[in-house]
Ligand binder design. Sequence first.
Ligand code: RAM
Length: 357
Amino acid sequence: MKRVLTIIISFMLVVSLLAGCGGGSADTTKPADNTNTEKPADNESSAKKKYALIVKSTGNPFMEKMAEGFKNAVEEAGGEVINKAPDQPTAEAQIQMIEELVSQKVDCIAISANDPDALQPALQKAMQAGIKVLSLDSAVNKDSRIVHIQQADPEQIGRVEVQAASEMIGGKGEIAVLSATSQATNQNTWIEWMKKELEDSKYKDVKLVKVAYGDDLRDKSVSETEGLLKSYPNLKAIIAPTTVGIAAAGKVLMDKNLKGKIVLTGLGLPSEMAEYIEGGICPWMYLWNPIDLGYLAGCASDALVKGTITGKEGEKFTAGKLGEKSITKAADGGTEIMLGPPFKFDSENIGEWKSVY
Ligand code: RAM
C-alpha cells in the first residue's frame, strides 16, 4: 500500500512540475487570468498583441540585427512578432505587405521604408484601422506614421562622413558616394547633408563627381563600385552610407589592390568591415548599434499599443534596458525618438566590436 502511495505521489509531482515549466516559461508577463485551463495554448496566443516589422529587404545583415533587437523588446513585453522582408528593396513590395498585415489585424506596424511617400495610402489605411504605425531607420513622411525611430542626427551623420573622407585624402581630390536605393529616405537625407558640408570653402579642392546606387544589393553594389573606378580614374575616395554598399566596395578595393590609392569610409557593420579597417582600405567609418535601434522601435511599439505614449512631442517612456526616452520634433515636422550619436570605428577599437554586430 505504502509503495502504491509513493508511486502515485511521485507521478503527481512530475505532472505538476511539467505544468509549471510550460506555463511559467511560456509567458511570465501575461496577466494571471488562467481560468480557461482546457485550451491554454489558444488562450495565450489570442491574448498576445501582434507587432509586425517590415524591413527594407532580405539578405541585409543590418536589417537582421535590427529585427533581432525588435524581437527582444516585443518578447520582453509579452507580444508576438511578425517579420516581413521583401526580396527587392521596393515600395511596391512593402505596400503589399502592409495590406496583408491590415487584413491580419495586427496591432502595430514598424517599417524601414523604401520610399518616404509611396507608402502613405497603405499606412494611412492601417492607422484608420487602429493599427499603430511607426517608421525606424528609414522614415516615411510625417502623415504616414505616428512617430519615427531615428538612429542618430542625420545632419551629424552626413557631415561627419564628408569630414572623414576629406581628411583621409588631405582635402584634395575627387570623391564619389555609393548609396543604397535612389528612394531611400535615410540615405537621401544623409547625402543632402554631405552636399551642404561640401559647400564650406575648406572643401574647395574636394569634388563630388557622382552618387551611384547599389540598391543595398551586394552584386549591384560591386558592379557600381567597379563602374566608379572605370569612369573616374582619378577617384580618391568613396563614401558608402550603407552597410551593404561599404562592404561591397571594401571587397572590390581589396581585390584590386587599391589600398593607398583610393580610400573608403561611410557606415558599416564592424563584423563585415573589420578586415578592411584592419587592412587599411577603410581607415575609419561610423555606425550605431542596429540591435539597439530595433530594440528601441520594439519598446516604442509596445508603448504605443499599450497607450503609454501617443507619439506627441514631449512625451517620455521607459525603453527597457535603454532607459528613459523622449519624443522630440523631427526635421520633417513630425515627431521622432533618437537612439544616440554615431560611433566611430577604427583600427584601435574594431577588434572589440567585430563580434558584437
Ligand atoms: C543599410 C541600410 C540601412 C542603413 C544602413 C546604414 O544596411 O540601407 O537602412 O541604415 O545601411
